[in-house]
Design a protein around this ligand. Structure first.
Ligand code: FES
Length: 349
């Protein structure tokens, strides 16, 4: 991802736009028809479900010095399962680590999946991806879509750095459907901003590439300048950017976001996790149960660190949790926190 994702976290209800009803309906219909037309080119219906896929690295490119763009193909040929803009795959890396990456290619081309991964200092997953070479075989899970593009009268897309990866297919889909859109892409410098140069070729006047080295880090007001009150705003980027946009947008404006790093812990309180049949672990106010448990049990798996992928979900034996998206009887170690000071979990191993 362009690691990681709390999709829809910022989604808010669409505002009522009584004066725009007719035109909104027309554009909505256009988008639906446009997407349906795109879908008609597919040889099979799209089904985004959990599945495991064997793929092979076909090509590795370097669109930027620290970004690797990989094409992944089925070893035996044939179409890959369909996907929609915003979808991601879980990639099993050679070390066994599981990482999530957005699909950034063309959903209509099912001969391969494309991902683009920025090398993160100290990031073991990104380092492994950058070491992959053509011919290496991998396993994928997905595609799954936790950041779907919903029909809207118009769109403002805001991407921070490698956050452009889920946004790029959205831009192409909106453009193909004839729905008004704008893209603002930020980054350190133009040389560190993949994909948006090609998107600018679609409609140069709708793409604003805004490097920090031109005028500093842009404020939310600059990113949102001129936004249509009826537009759906889609943002993928670092948490501070998402929070700044969320705060700056007027109440009622549709906002959909996806982070590529874990959310900050707010108002965290220390608690303890007792591992069934094992030791008790102290979780400090500024750490997650996953961090604390992995300090003792480094084999406890994780992926998104945001509660939605399910990789770190374990059985909750005792206690209750807050901020926990896992289902009944479970807890997501990466985000769930004990409500009453302690919980007991079964790691199943
Ligand atoms: S790591 Fe994905 S739910 Fe916890």
């Amino acid at each position: 991802m362009s690691p990681a994702r709390l999709p829809g976290a910022g989604a808010t209800a669409p505002p009522p736009h009584p004066n725009r009803g007719a035109s909104a309906l027309a554009v909505l219909t256009a988008l639906t028809q446009g997407l349906a037309t795109a879908g008609a080119r597919r040889s099979r219906p799209v089904a985004e479900v959990d599945r495991t896929l064997a793929v092979e690295v076909r090509a590795v490119r370097r669109p930027c010095a620290d970004v690797a763009e990989l094409d992944l193909v089925p070893p035996g040929g044939g179409p890959l399962p369909g996907w929609r803009p915003g979808a991601h795959v879980d990639v099993e890396l050679p070390s066994g680590a599981l990482r999530q990456y957005s699909l950034c290619g063309d959903p209509a081309d099912r001969s391969h999946y494309r991902i683009a991964v920025r090398a993160v200092p100290g990031g073991t997953g990104s380092r492994e991806v950058h070491a992959l070479r053509p011919g290496v075989r991998l396993r994928l899970h997905g595609p799954r879509n936790a950041f779907p593009l919903a029909a809207a009268p118009s769109y403002l897309f805001v991407a921070g750095g490698i956050g452009i990866t889920p946004i790029a297919p959205m831009v192409r889909a909106a453009h193909a459907a004839g729905v008004p859109w704008r893209l603002v892409h930020t980054g350190r410098d133009l040389g560190s901003m993949p994909l948006s140069g090609a998107l600018a070729a679609l409609a140069p006047d709708r793409v604003h590439r805004r490097p920090d080295d031109a005028a500093g880090v842009p404020a939310a007001a600059e990113l949102l300048a001129g936004v249509d009150p009826a537009a759906a705003v889609y943002c993928c980027g670092p948490p501070p950017m998402i929070e700044a946009l969320r705060r700056a947008l007027p109440a009622g404006q549709r906002f959909h976001s996806e982070r590529f790093s874990p959310p900050p812990i707010r108002d965290g309180r220390p608690f303890t996790v007792r591992i069934a049949g094992g030791p008790e672990v102290a979780v400090p106010a500024d750490r997650t149960a996953l961090d604390a448990v992995r300090a003792l049990r480094p084999d406890v798996p994780y992926s998104c660190r945001q509660g939605f992928c399910g990789t770190c979900h374990v059985r909750l034996v005792e206690g209750t949790t807050v901020g926990d998206p896992a289902g009944p009887g479970l807890t997501a170690l990466c985000v769930g926190r004990a409500q009453g000071g302690s919980i007991v979990v079964d790691l199943g191993r």
